[in-house]
Design a protein around this ligand. Structure first.
Ligand SMILES: NC(=O)C1=CN([C@@H]2O[C@H](COP(=O)(O)OP(=O)(O)OC[C@H]3O[C@@H](n4cnc5c(N)ncnc54)[C@H](O)[C@@H]3O)[C@@H](O)[C@H]2O)C=CC1
Ligand SMILES: O=C(O)C1=N[C@H](C(=O)O)C[C@H](O)C1
Length: 326
């Protein structure tokens, strides 16, 4: 069972305590088999006004495939190689007309060097695993290849340091979905403008993702950092992580067809005397919003590199602020 504190006396329990099918989070009207999602194929995106080579690492995984498909449908040139774990060595992955060859960690440097020789303006997008974030980033920095880091986890401080020290170009964000990025931007603005406004409030956080997710939600961590600036004291160990499909279905209210690909987040704040409470939710089914945002990020970063922009390290709020998200 989840180990949350007792709910405030004066309010009905937060949604994650109301057990029963779809009785948890107010499930979004996520697309089901009966009403298909706006898939990358049906989204009919116009081709990007720019075209450049894009290398997607982690093409053996769910995000890698989605980003590679989105990049192809936007008219970018998909480089036919991708890094993966040792178990996937020698495999190929078909994305549209492109057959992607999968390479393991030991050949990363040779492969990437050859790609850079052939495609000097390549942008890498990384959707691998938390434990490869830092080693991959170090390699991109060493070879001076601009990269979008969508993979969460790893040592984030070290990640930023690697980019800063190398003066490489990078866009790093735990969240690529336009509307969630807008929510995060609003939270950051409130935190800067009204520091301490929620002093003394208790925070409860629950995040639910597909069972295969290895780390704690990077997005939840970013939102919590804003609540901390607003005066809430917090310990990251208190995030309630739901990875069990049964709980997701019956307690959180994730539609069955999205158990293997969803990101539900809930933040509940209560005042010290229990007289006031706030609740924020963002619930995503599927992965298309991240894939589209990742391509926006790659296009944005490519433009920054081409123009020699001095800033060099960006996040998705920069992309949103420039009106560069579809
Ligand atoms: N920034 C964002 O908006 C989003 C970020 N993510 C993050 O992206 C990452 C990947 O997510 P999914 O595609 O759902 O996971 P996944 O498990 O489906 O795919 C990850 C892939 O990386 C491969 N891999 C493992 N170790 C590797 C290594 N050392 N080098 C290269 N590849 C390696 C695995 O074999 C697997 O094919 C996670 O960190 C997740 O949190 C996911 C969705 C959105
Ligand atoms: O692994 C995922 O799926 C997701 N990961 C990101 C995170 O850790 O915040 C973004 C989103 O929650 C989906």
């Amino acid at each position: 069972m989840l180990s949350l504190r007792a709910p405030p006396r004066t309010f009905s329990p937060p949604p994650w305590r109301r057990l029963g099918r779809h009785g948890g989070f107010a499930a979004p009207r996520c697309a089901s088999a009966a009403a298909p999602a706006a898939t990358l194929e049906t989204a009919a995106s116009p081709p990007a006004s720019v075209s450049f080579p894009i290398l997607v690492n982690g093409c053996t995984g769910k995000m890698g495939v989605s980003v590679a498909e989105a990049a192809t449908s936007r008219g970018l040139h998909l480089v036919p190689v991708s890094f993966s774990s040792r178990e996937n060595l020698g495999k190929t992955v078909q994305i549209g007309d492109t057959e992607i060859e999968i390479y393991g960690p030991s050949s990363r440097e040779d492969v990437l060097s050859s790609v850079i020789d052939e495609f000097p303006d390549v942008v890498v997008v990384d959707y691998t695993a938390p434990d490869s974030v830092n080693s991959n980033a170090e390699l991109y920095c060493e070879l001076g290849v601009p990269f979008v880091m969508g993979t969460t986890g790893g040592d984030q401080q070290l990640l930023y340091k690697s980019v800063q020290d190398s003066k490489n170009y990078a866009l790093i964000s735990p969240q690529m979905g336009k509307q969630v990025v807008a929510f995060l931007a609003a939270m950051e603005t409130i935190a800067v403008q009204y520091p301490g406004a929620f002093s003394g409030y208790r925070l409860e956080v629950l995040e639910s993702h597909q069972a295969g997710k290895l780390d704690t939600s990077g997005t939840a961590k970013a939102v919590i950092a804003c609540f901390e600036k607003l005066g809430v004291s917090w310990d990251m160990d208190r995030i309630v992580k739901v990875r069990d499909p049964e709980q997701q279905l019956y307690m959180v209210g994730v539609p069955e067809e999205h158990i293997e690909g969803h990101a539900f987040h809930l933040y509940h704040l209560t005042s010290p005397d229990d007289s006031v409470s706030f609740e924020f939710q963002h619930n995503v089914c599927g992965r298309s919003i991240y894939a589209e945002g990742s391509v926006d990020a790659a296009v944005f970063l490519h433009k920054k590199v081409q123009s020699g922009d001095p800033k060099r390290i960006y996040n998705m709020i920069d992309v949103l602020q420039e009106g560069a998200m579809r």
